[in-house]
Ligand binder design. Structure first.
Ligand SMILES: C[S@@+](CC[C@H](N)C(=O)[O-])C[C@H]1O[C@@H](n2cnc3c(N)ncnc32)[C@H](O)[C@@H]1O
Length: 290
């Protein structure tokens, strides 16, 4: 495809057609995002400049990113960023692309705090396996008097999370520590959250190419039954939570019973069934230290 000399509008339509032929799920949206990224234009900018023509260098850069997209690289990886909870998170090869399903965890925690009238309290949050910092920073953005620590076993993820905290203006309330689970930390915390790796090892090779080839394996691999991380996180949450503290963890498909059982065995109360995501899949187990 040679896009040099095409207007932005023609290019956007030609890219969408090419992506659709390659069976990319959201061709129109991806075409707009890729075109906007190469030209550094938002939606309004693309509309305003619809009749402007692409020069050779822009066309080449565009053709390069289209090739990457057709080869299965997710748009978020190509752009190097992803929206989560209305905030923009920079990504690196060490970080998972934050998923819309994970917003269910943010909602679950905020629902409990709102119900209990604690959203303005000076709470302390621990986010185990923070990746890009998405969960911790989304919660801090909603809870103005709260501070938090995010841990990750991958120091490169910690560096990205710290950069995101700075960009989002939350660095004064967020600390990031590279360690195994929460090995380096002492409590107490009011809230322990985690979206740990939970894909059973044998299932990883069957995931979509976009996930298995582009998300870090450390962020996916949950061991033989997918529950390895929860076996450590449940007793850790019990040990690190203050009385009445809340634990909330994201889970994979068919893990609600197993994770709730691990929480209960660790001494935590599990007062409600797992909260479902927008697709109706049980997605978040919440527990409480009584
Ligand atoms: C599924 S990703 C979640 C990332 C981020 N919290 C999110 O929701 O987008 C799991 C994260 O846990 C980290 N991780 C894996 N094993 C860990 C361990 N033993 N201790 C701490 N972090 C770990 C991975 O590096 C990865 O960043």
């Amino acid at each position: 495809m040679n896009l040099a000399g095409h207007t932005l509008d023609e290019a956007r339509r030609a890219i969408a057609t090419q992506l659709r032929k390659a069976k990319i799920e959201s061709p129109e949206l991806d075409a707009r995002l890729l075109l906007g990224d190469v030209l550094q234009l938002d939606l309004t900018g693309l509309i305003t400049a619809a009749t402007r023509r692409l020069d050779t260098s822009e066309a080449q850069r565009l053709e390069d990113v289209i090739r990457r997209r057709i080869a299965g690289e997710p748009v978020a990886r190509i752009l190097g960023r992803r929206e989560f909870w209305g905030l923009t998170f920079a990504l690196s090869p060490a970080t998972l692309v934050p998923r819309p399903d994970t917003e269910t965890l943010i909602e679950a925690v905020l629902d409990i705090l709102k119900r209990e009238g604690r959203t303005a309290a000076p709470l302390r949050i621990l986010d185990i396996g923070t990746g890009s910092g998405a969960i911790l920073l989304a919660l801090l953005s909603e809870l103005p008097n709260t501070t938090g620590i995010g841990t990750d076993i991958n120091p490169a993820a910690i560096a990205t999370a710290a950069d995101n905290a700075a960009t989002l203006g939350l660095a004064s309330r967020a600390t990031f520590v590279a360690c195994d689970y929460a090995g380096a930390l002492r409590g107490p915390f009011d809230i322990v959250v985690s979206n740990p790796p939970y894909i059973p090892t044998a299932d990883i090779d069957h995931l979509d190419l976009e996930v298995r080839a582009h998300d870090p394996r450390l962020a996916l691999d949950g061991g033989a039954d997918g529950l390895t991380a929860y076996r450590t996180i449940a007793p850790l949450a019990f040990a690190l939570l203050a009385p009445s503290g809340i634990a909330a963890v994201e889970i994979g498909q068919r893990q609600a019973h197993g994770v709730a059982t691990l929480m209960a065995e660790a001494g935590l109360a599990v007062p409600a069934p797992a909260k479902a995501d927008l697709g109706g899949v049980p997605r978040v187990v919440t527990a409480r230290k009584t």
